[in-house]
Each structure stands twice: as C-alpha cells, then as structure tokens.
Design a protein. Sequence first.
Lengths: 285, 375, 353
Amino acid sequence: MESKRHPARHARGIIFWVLCGIALVIVVLPSAAIIIGVVAKAIPVLRVTLLTTTTRSGALGLQNAIIGTLTLGIGVLIVAGPIGILSGLYIAEFAPKRFGGVLRFFSEVLAGVPSIVIGYVGYLTLVVRLHWGFSLLGGILALSVLIIPYIIKITEVSFAQVPRSLREAAMAVGLTRLTTIRKVLLPPALPGIVSGLVLALAISTGETAPLLFTAGFTDANPSGPMNPVGYLTYVTYTDVSLPSAGAQALASASAAVTILLILFLILGGRLITARSRRMVARLDV
Amino acid sequence: MNVRRITAVSTAAVVAALLVSACGASNSSTTAATATTTPTPVATGNPTSPVTLTEDGSSLLYPYLEELETPLNTAYPNITLSPAAGGSGKGQSDAETGAVNMGGSDAYLSNGAEAEYPGILNIPIAVSAQAINYNLPGVSNLKLSGNVIAEIYQGSITKWNDSAIAALNPGVTLPSTTIVPVRRIDSSGDTFIFTSFLSATNAAWSSGPSFGTTVTWPSVSNEQTASGNPAMVTTCQSTPGCIAYIGISVEATAITDGLGEVNLENQAGNFVLPTADDINAAVAAGATNVPKDLRQSLIYETGADSYPIVNFEYLVLHKGQSALPTALAIRTFLTWAISPTGGATAANLTKENFVALPTSVIPNVTAAIDSIYVP
Amino acid sequence: MILVRRRAGGSPTGPARASRARNTEFSAGDKVFQWLAGVAAVIPVAALALIIVIMVVQAIPAIIYSGLTFFTSTTFSIGHLYATTLTTHNGVSAPQDASYGALVFIVGTLATSVIAICLAVPISVGGVLMLSEWIPERLQGFLSTFVDLLAGIPSVVFGLWGITIFGPFAAAHIYPTISHLGRFIPFLKGPVGFGEGLLTASLVLALMVIPIVASTTRELVKRVPVLAKEGALALGMTRYETVRVVTIPYIRSGIIAATLLGWGRALGETIAVLLIVGDLTLLPHSIFASTSTIAATIASTLDSAFTDYTHMALSALAELGVLLLVISLATNLAGRLIVRRVSTDALPVGRGI
C-alpha cells in the first residue's frame, strides 16, 4: 500500500518537514528562553522587599514602579475604555455603512502610528506647550491614543459577531435601538469587549516609548495626576545600561514583574474569550 | 447625508488640530517671566506643605544629589529632592521646558539658550573635575597631554606605543596594544568639559569638532560608546587598551575596577592628577575670571599644580517660578546646598571627590539664588 | 482554487457587516446616546489629525533647511551650540554646521527590518505548517500558547534579553561561524563584538515579528478547505506536496498581508532596537557593526533636543518622524486591508514597545 514513491519526492518531503520542525522549535522556544533567562537574572533581588521598597537609591525595590504601572493601566481603562467602546459601538451599530468604513479606516491608520511618534507629539503638546511637565495624566493620554484603536476594533468585532437571529428577534418585538443594544446585543458582546480591555491593559503595561517622554519618572508612589509617575518598563530601560550588579538585577526583576503582569492579563483574557464563544454558540437558536 | 457628515467631521478634526498646533507654533518660551515686574520677596525655610523638587540631568552630579536627599529632608522635612540621571543635555532641556524644577548640568548654557530663555539661571553648587582613565594592566603613572589625547580621539594616534606617547613617558615600556577611545553617546556635560579641554590644547580639534554636550566625533575605527558615566567605567574596564573620560564622582569605581588614572599635562607643563589639592589650585587660578552669570568652566587654568579639567556643577532653573511654595523650596534647597554647614559639608563633597565653591564666586551665586521670584 | 465557505449557524462569514440588521425604532434617550457615541467615534480621528498636523508642521523648517540632503547625507549633527554664528540654508537658520542627514537611519531601519522579515516569515510559516500537519491537536494548543506569549513580551524586555543574554551568547557561539563566511561575502566579515549591533537587533526584531505572522498563518491554515487537501492526498501526493500545491497557494495572500503587518511593526520598533543596535550614526560596514534606525534616533535625541535653542533639532526629529510615519503607515495599511478581507478575528496582538 505504501506507494513506490520516487525517492527524490520522499527526500524532498523529509527535508521540508525537518526544516519546518526546526522552524517550529525557533517559533516555540524563545518565549520560554526569554522568560527563564530574565527571571534567572532577577533572582538576586527577588525578595519580599521588592514589593515593599521603592526604587529610591540603595533600596532595590519596585513598589513605586508596580503601583505606577497599575495606576497607568487603570487610567488608560478609564480614558480609552469608554471612548473606544462607544466608538466601536457607534461604528458597529449607528454609523451608516460608508461612514462607518471611513471611521474604521482612520482607526486602523491610528493603530499604525509608531509609538515613538506618539511620544514625540505627547512631549511637545502636553509636556512643553501645555506646560504640564512630566505627568501621570500625560502618560495616560499618550497610552490611550495608542490603545484606542485596539479597543475599537475588538468592540466592533464583538458586536458584529452577535447572531443575526437575536437582532431580528429584537426588531420583531419592536425594541428601540438603545434598548436592543443594552439588553440584547451587549450581553453576548460583553465578554469580547472585556477581553479587548484586558488586551489594552496588557499592551499599556509593556509600553515604554510614549511614557518616556510624557510620564517622566519618580522614586515615589503616584502622588497626583499632574506629577510624574514611576513605571516598570522605565526601570528596565534605564537600569539595563547601569553596570552595577544591583541595577542589572533590578532591571531583570522589573522585566520579570512586567511579564508576569502581562501573562496574568493574557491568560485572563483568553479565559474570557473562551467563555464568550461558548455563550454566543449557546445563544444562537 | 453621508458625504456631508464625513466632510463635517473631518473638517472639524483638521481645524481643531490646526488650532492647537497654531497656538503652540510660536517658539518663544512662556515659562520665563519678564524681569520688569516687581519681584515678590521669597524667603527661605521649611514650606508649610510638602514640596517635591524634581531634578534630572548630569550623571556626574547625580551621585552627589543622591547623597544630599536624606540630609535635606532632615533639615527641612517638607522638602524632598527627587534627582535622576540622563545626561546634562537632558537636564538643560528639561529645565528649559519646565519639565523638571532643576536641570543638573556640568555644562553652562550656551549663549543661544540664554537668549531663548531669558531669566534662566545657571547656579553652581559644587566644583567637580574629570579624570582620564585607561585600561593597560602593568602600566601605571601614564602621562598624557591634551594634544595627544585629541589626536587619539581623532584617530591619528592608534597604538599605545606611539612615539608621541612614548615621548611623554620616558622610561616606561608601552605595549603595542591598539588604543580604543571610549566616548559618551548621550548629550553629556562630561563631553562638554572634555572637548573644551581638547579644544584648549589642540588647534585641529578646536576648529573641527570644537566643544559642546554633543559634538561630531571624528570617526575612529575602534571607538566604543557608552551612555552615562557608570557605563563608561564598565566599557573601559572590559576593553583592553581603552581610554575614557570619566567624571570624578565615579572615579573610585574606576580605580577599584583596575583602570589607571592619567597624569594630565597642565598649562605650566606639569603632569597632575585630579586630587583635591590640584583641583583647588585650578579653582584658585580661575575663580576670579568667572563672570557674574557664572557661565564658565575652569579648563586648562594657569598654575603649577592646576588640574586641567575642572568645572562647576550647575543646577539650571528659571528665575521666575510659577508657585510660591516651589520657589521657596528651591531657594531654601540651594542656599542650604552651598552652605558648608548644610549640604556642602567636607564629608559630602569628599565622598564624590568634589571641592567647595570658591569664596569669590559665592556672592554671585547667592545673588542668583536671591533673584528667584514669583511674578 | 475553490473557496468553500462554511456557515456555522449565526457566525459571520466574510466581512461581518453583511449580516448586521438594525432596527429603526428610536427614543429620545437614543438620540442622546447616539450623539455621545458619535463624539467618541470622532476622537480617534481628531487625535490622528492632530498627530499628523503637528508632525508635519514641526518638520517644515528642517525640510526646507535640508532639502534633498536629508536622504543623501550620512551626517546627522545638531551643530555647534556654543559657536557664535549660525548656518543658514534656504533661508532657515540652524546652529553652526548643523546637518540633518538621515541616510544612516534609513539604511539601518531598512536593513534591520528586511533581515527580520526575511527570517521571520519562512520560520513562522514553516513552524505553523509543522504545527498543523504533524502535531496532535491536543498539543497544538499548548505549543501555540508559547507563540502568544512571545507576542505579549514587551519590547523593552526583548531589548534587555537581547543585549544582556542573547547578544553575548550569539557573539560567542554563533557569530564567529558567520564571520567565517566573510571570506565570500565581505559584509559578513568583521569584528564580532560583544553582541551589540545590526545582526543581533535584526534577530531580536525577527522574534518580535514571528508572533504576528505565525498567528495570522494559523488562522489561515485552519480555513484551508479540507476537501481540497484530501483530494490531493487521494491523488497520491505526499504531505509536503499537498502543502505546496494546496495550502500555500490558498494562504499566500494572507501571508503577504501578515508580512506587511510584521514589517510595519519592525519599522516602528523603537526601544528594543535602541538598546541593542548601538545607536551610532555610522553606515554599517559589516553585519555586526553598530548603527542606528529612525525610531531609535528619535528616541535617543528627543530628550536633549531643547538644548538646540533654534529648535531645529526638534524640527529634524519631526522630519524623521514624518518619514517613519509615512513608511510604517503605508505598510501597515496595506497589510491590514488585506488581512481584513481574509480573516475577521485574527487581531495581531503584542504591540510591545
């Protein structure tokens, strides 16, 4: 039954799949290698004091950076969340088709703007022209501009994926547009939207370039929207060029904590998406 | 309907954008206040509510400011100093734009910057110096002149046993190792004083790259770069044959890491090390020439013992402050910082190898501090 | 090529908008809400307009000053700030001897991103094909988690890992072998260094692009019609030939789209490249040399840009930014437009930076 294949065909197949196997290893291994490598370098400072002390000179702690990153993330959710969700909702449910397409196009263009350009514009407008100096609010705004397109896209897709039968049922019953959205479309779309927000949080946790030029840095915990704020990626970015062993370890520790936060968010997001798929499938009659 | 909506929205967006950018299109700074208003007197003392003074910039000054944080907070519990490094260029930039309260800089501001930001002050708080270090195990007490160093950084002298270097070091066996010049890549006050020294001693350098916080470095094939003083130390330490200019506040690390310190030729023809005595000699020679606005480095001063690369450590800030508590805190901090019983104690200064400000300069410094006001 | 669209009850196929139905009942509250949502929808547009206008307006002085030398000169210098005279070109004054040539950065940007793409695309496609053809289903999810993880790793962590762990390792064990090839290809010769430079930056960039291409490829491969593949196998083709004849043509346009998206990411990547590439304004003479990219230069020069009191440095950085905007927007847009036609929910994650 095994065909009398020309040995050359057979050989070509083997060569191809061996190469693909190597490729698979290259695709799968690095993430583990990076995480393990970074955590290994962080071990000298992985103590409880990492969470209880700040980056103030001498003390090898990350408290202010962790709280700062979380504060920035929450700020981004508060600013970019409503704008992104309402925007996505508008494109999905209210805008006439062509106009919605135009809005979607501009959102995609915004997603393609490099983060350093956003950092430049944020620096020039908020820090310099508006005289805010380095501020938490500036960092939040810069990050929000970066993140909004992602929330818009996911919100829009979430609403679009609600089964047609539900919409038709709502129409048949005579619900107003708003009530339809609120009671019929939102529940099945919500898990998707939430996973979009989680993704936004994950992205903002890992960003550096926009924050470097808008948020500044401080060794203290966040003290107000117009004051500079510390954040994890800054510690990694600056301490990697500091030669002292403590600084190197702190840079790796900061990186490890950042990865941990993002991992936590990604896994949470996936759980929600998985739940949402099951929910949507169940809803369809 | 759609087309109208699209055009309406996009026009609104573009108009809004143009308005915002037009409002800011003027280049003149608005943080500087005019000098014609009668200054509100600003006292010194502990502010009534907590004030944080933000600073960033010079990596040479940074360790000193770190040291001052705790004693300052003890003396004035409501003033917290929050320093950062980043290079003198960043310090100047951030102070000019008002992004930080004070910018740390080893380099005074340029004439253009003074013109662009009227009312900006350069306030020295200590005198520091710069060492030239090298990585040649087995060679100690190396002597070099600014002229030779300039040629090294121009690429004309490439080996350690070059005749020009041998001529300055009679009796010393120099290896044939290739010289690896290390330079700063960030906008650096150390670069400023180093290139000032090279400009003072080498004509080609003076008319070519000249001096500044960033210069167009001649391309040398083996050169290395580093960001910040600490990185200069590690790069040099891991590169045999290297030569690097390192701020004196990290010199202790350089020595313990095995780097040698160059005896630099001064204007009198003597070869000196950056000891406190030799730095003070330079200060004594140059202090009387320091102008009222305090914008001068003490480079290549006359005097038998003067060390040739000596400079003031400046805090750059605006004369006109927007808030009274901030102005108060700044004045208090600066007055405290230059006082021998406050910040500039012998212990604090020696820890970073700095020396105190010369007495002849203090009246101008105090005048500058007193000119801080709230318009 | 047969396109078989499967319809599982209710889930949208093709562009999702087609299945939307909206009712037309409105209440007063509806109008208010719609207006509110409309305002929200305009905000990203306004932000985009603001960004573009500011960048272009800021760039104009430098554009006039440099003219075409922006693209041809390898000297990028903000000039002698402590000199007494200014240099003037075309009516615009800048500090003495200021020169804003971007050729080094253009070459650096293109070199790093092209090398990254040339490595990332075949590796991603090959890896995904392996994953879908040979790996049992249960393991597929487990392994693809690692790819998603790679997408989530921030840019600064890539930079840290690249310069402290991967770079030195590669310089010690991998690069010497490559530099032996320098006998035939001069560009590959050269002092291997300690891990900084063009090659390490390109390799790390490739790792950052892989998740984008791999996740899109995975989605595409899932949609290859089973009938066509089974038909090929029935005809006696090997698995390799099936892949070559059926799968790859089917996913080809999607791969192109994903490549463009990945390239867009590579072009705009700032922090990882800045930490690894060495930040030197020199044309790379060897693949191990330090150089710089557009994004890295903007990031490293911006914070001291105000020391230039003529504000020309700021303008030059804006000109670089406009160039970067143009090329990354063009590639990103091309990629997204094609991706949207192919798959609606494969959102390339991991923006990093």
